[in-house]
Design a protein around this ligand. Structure first.
Ligand SMILES: Nc1ncnc2c1ncn2[C@@H]1O[C@H](COP(=O)(O)OP(=O)(O)OP(=O)(O)O)[C@@H](O)[C@H]1O
Ligand SMILES: [Mg+2]
Length: 334
């Protein structure tokens, strides 16, 4: 055990089955006045049916850009420069916009980082959920309303027949997040992408929302891509974990494997930065330094300036992902 606190992990990972999502060599950049910002660089990952993957890294490392790329939500000056995103055997980057629109919020749903930006403040929550049910499921008004009440009930909203008429501002942060989850589940997605779904909430509510997500994921057999900066969350919820740094994957492994023996110095730093499960912490305050502004791209290892194991050889050229003890790790010093 090398520096990882003793967390209770979710338990034995279920056997991997069909791949629901496969990302190959995804690169995304933003052309800004100061130059080209390489937000995601050659990222590849695969998510199997019914499994949960945690996508972890410091602020700005490219987690949301990755998620938005899956649903083709990158807008100029952002560009998906290269790569392949395959969902259930379909190449999402080459679908036409209509096909993509029916997948978005249908087979693939996303809970966005900012709940208030995805809920319309002037429409009741009932209207917003039934709209999804009508658009994606073709339900009539009455059936959609009944289904919306069931959905609100399933995410733990009390008195759903009354609450369905509420406007977003009439609900607490935790309730709004439950509504977001209900909305995202309306069309029975097989893949749910949850981008920091609990960050804005206090600790008790965070735990409740995570329990809810985990229960729903199990009941529905969904695949879940869970974006978080909190390894404690990953321990409780995920089967697999991918760690990003400066737009690249630096380590990926099963949760059990990662918690037993984190290999990359950055991953080890992440563990040290979390004092206790369930306690919110300042983001990675114990790793000295900050994520580089990656314009132009770093030569060699992007983590070099902050790494306790740094050596001259780390700067000689690109560091490939290689396998070590069942992990994929981008470090030549492990
Ligand atoms: N619309 C945009 N225009 C310019 N730069 C952007 C845009 N969206 C993202 N970026 C940049 O891309 C990089 C990756 O951003 P991203 O939002 O994916 O980070 P993140 O890992 O989700 O961080 P956080 O934990 O804070 O949500 C950052 O440097 C960010 O500033
Ligand atoms: Mg983000």
């Amino acid at each position: 055990m090398s520096g990882a606190p003793a967390y209770r992990t979710k338990g034995a990972a279920r056997p991997g089955r069909n791949k629901v999502l496969e990302i190959e060599g995804l690169s995304v950049h933003f052309d800004l006045s100061g130059g080209r910002l390489l937000a995601v660089r050659g990222l590849s990952l695969a998510l199997a049916e019914g499994r949960t993957m945690g996508l972890v890294g410091e602020s700005g490392c490219g987690k949301s850009v990755t998620a938005h790329s899956i649903l083709r939500l990158i807008r100029p000056p952002g560009v998906i420069a290269s790569g392949r995103v395959e969902y259930s055997g379909r190449d999402l980057l080459s679908l036409d916009e209509d096909e993509m629109a029916s997948i978005r919020g249908g087979e693939i749903a996303m809970i966005f980082q900012e709940p208030m930006t995805s809920l319309n403040p002037v429409l009741t929550i009932g209207y917003q959920i039934t709209e999804t049910l009508r658009t994606h499921m073709g339900l009539g008004t009455k059936v959609a309303r009944r289904r919306a009440i069931e959905l609100l009930d399933s995410v733990g909203i009390g008195d759903p027949a009354r609450r369905i008429s509420a406007y977003p501002h009439e609900l607490s942060g935790g309730m709004r997040q439950r509504v977001m989850i209900a909305m995202s589940l309306a069309a029975s997605p097989s893949l749910l992408i949850a981008d920091e779904p609990t960050t804005a909430l206090d600790v008790t509510i965070q735990a409740q929302i995570l329990d809810l997500l985990l229960r729903l994921q199990r009941e529905r057999g969904m695949s879940l891509l869970l974006i978080t900066h909190d390894l404690g969350v990953v321990a409780n919820v995920a089967d697999d974990v991918t760690i990003m740094y400066a737009g690249e994957i630096v380590e990926s492994a099963t949760v059990k494997g990662l918690f037993e023996s984190p290999l990359h110095p950055y991953t080890k730093g992440l563990f040290k930065a979390i004092p206790r499960i369930g306690k919110r912490v300042k983001r990675l305050s114990t790793i000295p330094g900050v994520v580089p502004a990656f314009t132009p791209p770093p030569v060699g290892c992007a983590f070099y300036p902050r790494c306790y194991k740094a050596a001259a050889e780390c700067l000689r050229g690109p560091i490939p992902l290689s396998s070590a003890r069942g992990h994929a790790v981008r470090c030549i010093r492990v």
